[in-house]
Design a protein around this ligand. Sequence first.
Ligand code: F0G
Length: 459
Amino acid sequence: MARRSWAEPYKIKMVELIKMSSPEDRLQAIREAGYNTFLLKSEDVYIDLLTDSGVGAMSDRQWSGLMMGDEAYAGSRNFYHLRDTVEQYYSYKYTVPTHQGRGAENIISQLLISDGDYVPGNMYFTTTRLHQELAGGTFVDVVIDEAHDPSSEHPFKGNVDFDKLDALVEKVGAEKIPYICIATCVNMAGGQPISMANLKQLRTWCDKHGIMLVHDMTRVAENAYFIQQREEGYQDASVQQIVYELCSLTDAATMSSKKDAMVNIGGFLAMNDPKFYERACELVVVYEGLHTYGGMAGRDMEALAIGITESVDDQHIRARVGQVEYLGEKLKSAGVPIVNPIGGHAVFLNARKILPHIPQERFPAQALSAALYLESGVRSMERGVVSAGRNKDTGENYMPKLELVRLTIPRRVYTQAHMDVTAESVIDVMERADQIKGLRFTYEPEVLRFFQARFELVT
Ligand code: F0G
C-alpha cells in the first residue's frame, strides 16, 4: 500500500482574519522597525513565522479550561491539576509555576550557580545562557561538532560530545560544574534532537561525577517524535512513553510551556528533590509569585495542564512536525540551502550560502530576514551573529558558524497553503539575493540585543 499522507488531527472552529499589505507599506514598516522583525507591528505582518512561542492555537478543551480558572491567591485547584499532570507525563514530582521559561531559568541559575562556575550545555540558548552568566557562570558548548554544520545529516545533532565534557572536567574540576543543561530538540541547532542512547550515557556520566542533570524541556515532545522515527528500539513506543522516559533520565527541568504545550503564556521549574523544591519555593515568591501560581493565572495553569496531554498525542505531533517537513522539503527541492535534517519546530535558511557577498559583520541573516518581509510580508527571525551577542569577558562578537534565518511554524495555526506561499516567497527572495545589502547597528542593547536592536542599510 502506498504511504498515506498525514492530515491535521483537528478541524477549525474559529478563524482570525489576516491581510496582505502593499510593498510600499512594508518598506515603510521595515524602515520604521530598524530592519529588525521583532520591532514590526503584528498588524503589518501577513504570515507570522517569527516564533512558535505563545502563538499556538488552543483547542476547545483548553478554552473551556480557561473558564474553570480558580483564581485563589493560594492553593488554586488548577495548580494541583498542573502539578499532577507534570508528574504523570513528565515524571517530575514537584512543580513551581513561572510566568514563562526564562522565569524558571532565573530561579535555577540563582539557586545552583556560584561565581566562577561552568555550565555545559548542548548548544547555547539566548535567555538560558544570559541567566547563567548573570548568576556568575560561564556557558560551555559540549554539543557534537555536527550540530554546527548545516549540511551534516546526523540524525541526532543535539547529542553531547563526551570528549568535550571530559576535557572540561579535566580543566576546571567537577566541583566547578553545578549542573549540565540539556535541551531536547535544540533550538539554535535547527530544532535538532538528542538521542535516548546519548542521554542515557549522559545520565551515567553525571552519576559518576556527581553532577546534576537539568533538562530544558521546551520542545520535548518533538524530540520524542524524532526518537520514535529514527532511533532503534523506539518504533513501537508512543511519543507519550518516550517523553516520560526522556524526562525521567534527568533531575530537574525548566519549561517554556508556550511551545510544546500550546498555551499563550506560562512555564515552570520541576524537580524530584524535595530540598531543591523548598529552595525554589523560597525564590519564586521574590520574582514570580506564590509557589502555587508563580506568575500564572489559575485559568492559564488549567489550559496548560490540558495542553500537556494534547502535546504528547502521536497524531498531533506527526502532523506538527509533518508540516515543518512539508515546508522544508519544498524549499530543498527548489535548491534553497537550509539546515539539514529538517528540524521539529522550524525550517532554518542558511544565510551564509544565500548571501555569500555579505560578511558576517554585516549581519547576513538579519538582512535576509528583513528582505523576506519586504518581499512578501512573511516574518521570520535572525538566528546568527546578532542573536549570539558578545562574549561577556572580551566584549567581542561571538561569530557562530550557524548564520540562519528561522521560519518558525506555530502549532495548529497555519495551513499547507500558507506553507506554499512562504516557500514561494523565499524562492523569490533567493532569486534576487545579490541585490540584498548588509546592515550595521544604529542601536545595540547590552543584553539580548536581537530583541530590540536597530539597523541601517550599508550602501
Ligand atoms: N529555552 C528554549 C529552548 C527556548 O526556545 C526558549 C524560548 C526559552 C528557553 C525561554 O522561554 O520565552 O518562555 O522565556 N524561545 C522562544 C523562541 C523565545 O522564539 O525560540 P520563554
